[in-house]
Design a protein around this ligand. Structure first.
Ligand code: GLN
Length: 314
């Protein structure tokens, strides 16, 4: 495990942080205006052990940013707990799309069921499944759930939430198209608010590493000992993260890195090494798929150096 290799591991993170700092490719997302205020130089790498939550960090691991799409597998987990596999499967599938994360095009074909919970259409359908009598109750259940993974109840960044709510016309079209097909309840605006709020939850690189470590530890936060997800659903989350977590780069990622992962447009990448550790990188400049440039580069190198590919022989 990583415990026996403590010091080489820590120095590797520092070395990667220093080397990939010079990688200047990619662009900070600005389609949500508030995200454009991010500093392209922010760059953190954190790893948390699955057994004990021991942290290894380099760079800006305490800088807060909004979780964005990295929220999607976790909300999917709560939907599974609320309804079970069969009822969730009626609303959202598990097939990769090969399209961009915000694509609307395939919704107009076939069953009108969103392909998977990692693209926006599927994530909006998933948000609609969260139980609660009122919007506030549903939001509180989401925040409590994220709190169990992180070890502290997170807050919503109100400025990012307002910014996306005001400019989220594409997500609004997706939601209304789903409503048209009977795939969403009539309270579409509330569902969208919940989706925008889940995306606006503030986390740090360290938090993401702990969330990943919790999944790596079978759904139990290794520091607090609190169960964040029923054990039977951990495999559901990891499977869709493996096949769909990196959008239309998921195939290349599975081939090169070989680990379940999830990225978000604010620049986070979270990777799970089942039974061993959670890894997280934060760096806002994105590639054409919407994945963090430095995040992809660092995870690829960590996987190769430590032989973490799930089908590797190392
Ligand atoms: N809130 C963002 C959106 O819906 C999330 C997308 C992402 O992180 N890829 O567009």
């Amino acid at each position: 495990g990583i415990r026996t290799a403590v010091s080489p591991f820590r120095s590797t993170l520092r070395e990667l942080q220093q080397r990939y700092r010079d990688l200047q490719d990619g662009r900070v997302a600005d389609y949500i205006p508030e995200l454009a205020t991010a500093d392209p130089a922010w760059f953190g790498i954190a790893v948390a052990g699955a057994a004990d939550g021991q942290l290894f960090e380099a760079g800006n691991c305490e800088q807060e940013f909004t979780i964005q799409s990295i929220s999607k597998p976790f909300v999917f987990g709560l939907a599974l707990e609320d309804h079970g596999r069969e009822a969730v499967a009626a609303r959202v599938g598990v097939e990769p799309t090969g399209d961009a994360f915000n694509s609307i095009i395939k919704l107009d074909e076939g069953s009108h069921r969103p392909h998977n919970p990692m693209v926006n259409a599927g994530a909006i359908a998933t948000a609609a499944l969260i139980k609660g009598d009122t919007h506030v109750e549903r939001l509180n259940r989401l925040l409590d759930m994220f709190g169990r993974y992180i070890g502290r109840r997170p807050k919503v960044d109100v400025a990012v939430f307002a910014s996306e709510r005001q400019t989220g016309h594409r997500n609004r079209s997706i939601a209304h198209l789903l409503l048209n097909f009977g795939m969403l309840p009539p309270n579409v605006e509330e569902v969208l608010d919940l989706y925008f709020q889940q995306c606006s939850i503030l986390v740090t690189t360290r938090d993401l590493a702990m969330m990943a470590a919790t999944l790596a530890n079978g759904g139990v936060n290794p520091v607090t000992g609190v169960r964040a997800l029923q054990a039977e659903y951990v495999q559901d989350l990891l499977s869709i993260m493996y096949t769909c977590g990196m959008y239309d780069y998921a195939g290349q990622w599975a081939y090169d890195v070989g680990l379940p992962a999830k990225s978000g447009v604010s620049g986070g990448v979270m990777t799970v090494v089942p039974g061993r550790m959670g890894m997280a990188v934060f760096s806002p400049p994105l590639d054409s798929h919407g994945n963090s440039v430095r995040g992809v580069a660092v995870c690829r190198e960590l996987s190769q150096r430590f032989g973490l590919h799930c089908f590797g022989s190392a």
